[in-house]
Write a protein that binds this ligand. Sequence first.
Ligand code: C2O
Ligand code: CU
Length: 566
Amino acid sequence: AKVIQLKWEVEYKHWSPDCIESVVMAINGTFPGPTIEATAGDTVNITLTNHLHTEGVVIHWHGITQKGTPWADGTASISQCAINAGETFVYSFTVEKAGTFFYHGHYGMQRSAGLYGSLIVHEAEPHRQPFKYDGEFNLLLSDWWHQNVHRQEVDLSGVPLVFIGEPQSLLINGKGQYNCSIAAHFDESKNVCNFTEKEQCKPEILQVKPNKKYRIRLASTTALASLNFMIQGHKLEVVEADGNYVKPFLVDDLDIYSGESYSVLLNTNQGPPSGNYWISIGIRGRKPGKPPTPPALAILNYYPMTPVSKHPSSAPPVHPVWDNYTHSKLFSNSIKALTGPKSYLNYKPPPLKQDRRIVLLNTQNYINNYTKWTINNISLTLPSTPYLGAIKYGIDNAFTQQSPPDHYNSPNYNINYPPPRDTNAIHSNAVYKLPSNKVIDVVLQNANMLTEGHSEIHPWHLHGHDFWVLGYGEGKFSDANETLFNTVDPPLRNTVVVYPYGWTALRFEADNPGVWAFHCHIEPHLHMGMGVIFAEAVEEIKKMKVNKEALVCGLTGKMFMNSHRD
Ligand code: C2O
Ligand code: CU
């Protein structure tokens, strides 16, 4: 294993992600940020300097479990203080496991502002990989608004709430085409625009040779959009999800929610060994806006037989209808862990029983007329002293010591209607304390939001862990639904979706001391309080070595100052 040393500078920069000039958060002058390529077991050291002038920053390494280094998780107010303008902070962590990951800002809505990039971890020994391929591509998927993110934050926090609306563009590796569809050649209703060859927004071209196998890595860091991915005329074989191998299965298209990653294998023996084909991502799970967000396109190019400049010979493929949830659920339920006797498969099925089950009701509530997302009636707010420091040093007044509830306490709660106006929903920064090595179940219970007849998709992401996805169900969860759990080969994931009016059950072992966020990965939802905090193995945290540089703010900062004085 090696040590990878990186020097990064974060700054605002003019950029044209969808051919329209905007401002993005760039790293070392590029958007998206540089791709980190590592090998399992490597240590990654990133010396990050904040050049934002007037704003703090942190970066989270999504999918990396941070065993022994919870201070490097990159979550403002949770694992560390925001890095001040002009200051430098060094992240250092080990990437234990091969897989497709990414990183992103985790302070305010900086992910929406474009602070993200790919993190790819290769197997240390090729024989550990349960499949073979001749080449690989990496596609980082995101969505883009022309409205600046500070404005979005203010709009979302107002009375009445002003929603950000649907994205103007979808991006593949940071590139899209606003109102200038490269597919326009096939649609009379659209103006064939002067498709610009601007370097910053010209579509990706994946060059392949016939009769080969390619691995395509996909990761979604969208702020809002749930996506569907397809390649015209080609079936795809799903082999990896969130850095975990899955039992291979073939699909025509696949859904990917914010926070998720997949690898698919593309066999280039599926058609005439020449031509250009569309690669398309479209939106799922949200009613199209006006005008609808067009799909983002890239091109699969068989070379050297076909010139890149030639457009594919037919219109782009059509994605499943946005509210075809049957299709989405079929895909979710098809994902099983790859198990087996081979030495490279270290998959372990879940313990059969949980020690504790936390049921989290997902809905909206009004709190003093403000619209908030609430979990068991609590909208998450973050303290000014990072939890990790407050817990390590026993600073009890840094956050509410009372625990949030393990259940939404009204057994008669009707998930099919908007919440009653008098639920007494509150803001809180309370945490769930998870004793060391206990088996924890979390059931996400979806419900109607404030608008009648509406329940939304929420992709939930857990920091510090993978978890087993035990199952999905319709309606209200009851303990009798345990019979539906898959305890044989449930996939390990770090992100899982809960469908409208349904539930999702997951299980993990509290074996990673640290303070971990568990939240909806939709950026505006998190901003409106949709998350909880797990403080895991508190006694171990107290004994752990923590980089003090991470804690020089709030009450821990004051504590360090005072100890210097004497
Ligand atoms: Cu990728 Cu807490 O998020
Ligand atoms: Cu959500």
